[in-house]
Design a protein around this ligand. Structure first.
Ligand code: MN
Length: 130
């Protein structure tokens, strides 16, 4: 699992730094975008192994961005995990419907987050490998 690249799309700098630091410590390569338009561009250019998508983004939101990634041939296969502070809302269902493989509530659990991400990435890669 080492050196898998994870793209974090998150507009809150503190959340970005926290998630990024935890994943870097775990041995992942991390790239980041603070809005969905930049994030989609980076997904097309760099084809990361996994995308962490904040759902509340300025402009194009994370649900819309996930739909766009899933409609685009070059990014369709990249697994997307939704991040949101609104665990009790309908965001979980909307994220699944948009094509997210999983949903993580913020604030993230710093103890569990790296393992959660590693496990979800392994799962997604074994599904992709058939
Ligand atoms: Mn946000």
């Amino acid at each position: 699992m080492s050196h898998a690249t994870i793209l974090i799309i998150e507009d809150n700098p503190m959340n970005m730094e926290l998630a990024s630091d935890l994943l870097l410590d775990e041995g992942f390569d991390v790239i980041g975008a603070e809005d969905a338009v930049k994030g989609i561009e980076m997904a097309k250019a760099d084809h990361p192994d996994l995308i962490l998508m904040d759902l509340q983004l300025p402009g194009l939101d994370g649900i819309q961005a996930t739909h766009l990634l899933k409609e685009e041939a070059s990014t369709r296969d990249i697994p997307v995990i939704a991040l949101t502070a609104h665990a009790m809302s309908n965001h979980s269902a909307m994220a699944k419907e948009a094509g997210c493989i999983a949903f993580i509530s913020k604030p993230i659990d710093v103890m569990q987050f790296p393992d959660q991400i590693s496990e979800l990435l392994e799962e997604a890669q074994s599904v992709a490998a058939g």
